[in-house]
Design a protein around this ligand. Structure first.
Ligand code: FER
Length: 278
């Protein structure tokens, strides 16, 4: 199963890539299985003061094996979906396993991964009706929390390289929409942008990429992926079509048989992580 998905992924990757960027690496079987024989990173909880929300907010942070305050790291901001919170990636996707494994094979740069809560409101738990208007709006408000509160906190308290080439943003579903909206809307802040199964919160292409020439010049990577059985694929497809028409290089990976689930999101992270910060 994994093998066929991998083979198809590579073909999709090669043929959907506009302009020359490196081809995808196949997902080795076991890419998401914990290995006891390699060094492991750490997951911690951080708390930061959000002037945007007027509250102390929590995020998870992954520091890679060999982490040292004497080194400097790039940072990936990794965002969750509508039913999730800062723990969704950890519980559902185990990014620490995927990244530890990739690092052991020297396939990624050592990086810090920050997993915030993208529902920027006082009660940011995924309880009650997760589709409530104010909860959905809080996913848009998170742009301010991220740019004005969380990123400055991370850059003050961790040994990170604070420039656009060393900042990436990616996410799943609502977090995919946020990543495209915030990443493409703030090209001075992010050079690496990825949306996995991006949700209806994704801005319309003309708003998302108002200046295709500038996006082309500034972006180091733009990644869109989605399962072909995912009802939300129209949001990735329309973005892809616009990018093709406007000559903005990007990956558009359609996963055969893929649903709206962590199989697609883990393989998205696996491939995206290997392309960034290089
Ligand atoms: C919607 C359908 C799906 C929507 C959001 C989602 C805001 C998000 C799904 C997810 O994050 O998994 O109509 O509207």
């Amino acid at each position: 199963m994994i093998k066929w998905t991998t083979v198809l992924l590579i073909f999709c990757g090669i043929f959907s890539q506009v302009d020359a960027q490196e081809n995808l690496n196949p997902a080795s079987p076991g890419f998401d299985v914990f290995r006891a024989d390699i060094p492991h990173g750490e997951i911690d909880t951080i708390s930061y003061n959000s002037t945007t929300v007027g509250a102390t907010r929590k995020a998870l942070i992954y520091t890679p094996p060999g982490y040292s305050a004497d080194k400097k790291y790039p940072v990936l901001y990794l965002l969750h979906g509508i039913g999730g919170d800062e723990k969704e990636w950890l519980n559902g996707g185990h990014p620490e396993v995927i990244l530890d494994n990739l690092l052991a094979e020297k396939k990624v740069e050592p990086m810090i991964v920050v997993m915030p809560n993208g529902r920027a409101m006082k009660d940011d738990r995924a309880t009650g009706n997760i589709f409530d208007r104010e909860k959905v709006e809080a996913f848009a408000t998170f742009e301010k929390d991220l740019l004005n509160d969380l990123i400055p906190f991370v850059e003050k308290n961790f040994p990170v390289i604070a420039n656009r080439e060393s900042r990436a943003i990616a996410g799943l579903s609502m977090g995919g929409g946020q990543s495209l909206n915030f990443g493409l809307g703030n090209l001075d802040k992010f050079a690496w942008v990825g949306g996995f199964s991006s949700a209806p919160n994704t801005k319309k292409p003309e708003e998302l990429v108002p200046d295709p020439a500038k996006a082309k010049e500034q972006l180091k990577l733009l990644w869109l992926s989605c399962g072909d059985k995912d009802g939300l694929i129209t949001f990735s497809k329309r973005t892809h079509d616009f990018l093709v028409s406007n000559n903005v290089p990007h990956y558009y990976i359609v996963e055969p048989g893929g649903g709206h689930d962590f199989n697609v999101w883990k393989s998205g992270l696996y491939n995206f992580a290997q392309l960034i910060f290089k």
